[in-house]
Design a protein around this ligand. Structure first.
Ligand code: PEP
Ligand code: MN
Length: 351
């Protein structure tokens, strides 16, 4: 159920409703919007009636939440949620806060860039400085890599996290990096400003819940064969576990097509934005898997309304240990950022 409060309702009225809802067995999630306060009451609707909830002081009306995903649904918040990565917030275990807090979901496009993997100290420091100069808002690189073959490079693990932390210290860029297992969540959250859950783990429900239990923002990538409803229900796992800072990312799906690594399903961006208030990013690197298509599909991503981008960038893509075929050079990234400026403005965004 959604309890919509009258404009100007008091804090006491909201607190009173929260307490009564808990008494009825609901889990109240209060959202303070620009104009209205609403409580999303998650629980068994059969224990009460809409009419009874409408008698609560300050409540203007009560509506059922129709979507199967409740906290992710746009029904509870019509505008896109905006939250910050970087700068350890309350309950966020990041050891050293970054200087800059970066909003995700606002007017400014969130451009998160970096190599697929942390390969070494020099490599990550070099690329961090380069993407910062070109205008990226956060550095993304994997220290724990999910690889198809056990013989392939698996990532530098904690050593990689330490290099990422050094890159953050030098550049001020917040760090986004993947976590593969529930048992690693606390370790990764100790270093990272944002936890990435990759496509292969979108339906790892124990990992989703573990990421919900920390306050570090979560970048949840779409499963390569997940339907939108399954995707939003995966986000719901994180949200109901207590972490409201979740954003999504289209990264392409598995189809019969062979001229690309993945089919970049950009329709997902406006479709998700119609269903959820969570910010929606797009990843044309994994989405295409082909370096030559990254720049044109980055532009398409901005044009169709993505709130940000995930781009794989390396000082020398031909030497990258992972995903080199879809990675652009630092020079190409800087050029692309320039070309995106007028495009972003044309769709009412800044970069
Ligand atoms: C990555 O971001 O490098 C990655 C492994 O992504 P995905 O989970 O989308 O394949
Ligand atoms: Mn990659």
């Amino acid at each position: 159920m959604i309890l919509v409060f009258r404009p100007g309702c008091s804090k006491d009225e909201v607190a009173e409703a929260e307490q009564q809802l808990r008494g009825l067995g609901f889990q109240p999630h209060t959202l303070y919007g620009v104009e209205r306060t609403v409580i999303a009451a998650i629980g068994d609707d059969r224990v009460t009636t809409k009419e009874h909830l409408e008698t609560f002081p300050g409540v203007e009306r009560v509506l059922p939440i129709l979507a199967p995903y409740k906290l992710a649904s746009k029904e509870i918040r019509p505008e896109t949620s905006v939250f910050e990565i970087g700068g350890a917030g309350p309950g966020c275990p990041t050891v050293k806060p970054t200087k800059s807090k970066v909003p995700i979901g606002g007017k400014k496009l969130a451009v998160i860039a970096g190599p697929c993997s942390v390969e070494g100290r020099e490599q990550i420091l070099e690329v961090a400085a380069a993407v910062k100069d070109a205008g990226a808002c956060a550095l993304r690189a994997g220290a724990f890599k999910p690889r198809t073959s056990p013989y392939q490079f698996q990532g530098l693990m904690e050593e990689g996290l330490e290099y990422l932390a050094e890159a953050r210290e030098r550049t001020g860029l917040p760090i986004v990096t993947e976590v593969l297992t529930p048992t690693d969540v606390h370790l990764v959250a100790k270093y990272a400003d944002c936890l990435q859950i990759g496509t292969r783990n979108m339906q790892n429900y124990l990992l989703l819940k573990a990421c919900g239990e920390v306050k570090t923002p979560v970048l949840l990538k779409r499963g390569m064969s997940a339907k939108l409803e399954e995707y939003l229900l995966a986000a719901e796992y994180i949200l109901t576990s207590g972490n409201p800072n979740v954003f999504l990312c289209e990264r392409g799906i598995r189809t019969f097509e062979e001229h690309v690594r993945n089919t970049y399903a950009l329709t997902t961006v406006p479709a998700l934005k119609a269903k959820t208030h969570l910010p929606v990013l797009a990843d044309p690197s994994h989405g295409t898997g082909v370096r030559a298509y990254v720049a044109p599909m980055t532009k398409a991503s901005v044009a169709c309304g993505a709130d940000g981008l995930l781009l794989e960038v390396h000082p020398d893509p031909s030497k990258a240990l992972t995903d080199g075929q879809q990675t652009i050079s630092v020079k190409e990234f800087a050029q692309l950022m320039k070309e995106l400026k007028p495009l972003a403005e044309a769709v009412g965004r800044t970069i």
